[in-house]
Design a protein around this ligand. Structure first.
Ligand code: CO
Length: 137
């Protein structure tokens, strides 16, 4: 397991990007994940990333998060080699997942989330990068 990213829920991704790019000179990639109803800006920081998440729909989980808690830290994510195996191993230890099967993540990755009630209210993502991805996202 490797640390992969920390995700921040934001109302406006362009405004948030302006703040972060004032902090430092990051490589930025943008994408959208329709299945999760989010727009994403990924800021590369060494081997890991900051993921800015803006809801693309009012019924997005991130929109609900913003209504309930406001902007701020949303989840942390670990990269795993084999997401099915990780789900099996973690499930055997009593962790519950939000999805029965891995969902589509950004840039062809497959993801799932451990229920925050199992992790002290911190939403934890596991992500398996696309197999043929040379850059590793
Ligand atoms: Co994430």
């Amino acid at each position: 397991m490797k640390f992969d990213h920390v995700a921040v829920a934001v109302k406006n991704i362009d405004q948030a990007l302006a703040v972060y790019t004032a902090l430092g000179d990051f490589d930025v990639r943008r994408t959208e994940v329709p299945g999760q109803k989010v727009r994403i800006a990924l800021l590369k920081v060494g081997d890991v990333n900051i993921e800015l998440l803006e809801p693309s729909s009012e019924d997005s989980n991130v929109a609900k998060f913003l209504r309930d808690r406001g902007e701020g830290l949303h989840h942390i994510a670990f990269a795993v080699e084999d997401i099915e195996q990780s789900m099996k191993d973690l499930g055997a230890k009593g962790f519950h997942f939000l999805y029965e099967k891995p969902a589509d993540g950004k840039f062809g990755s497959r993801v799932n989330f451990i229920h925050p009630k199992d992790t002290g209210r911190v939403l934890v993502e596991i992500t398996q990068e696309r197999q043929d991805s040379p850059t590793g996202d």
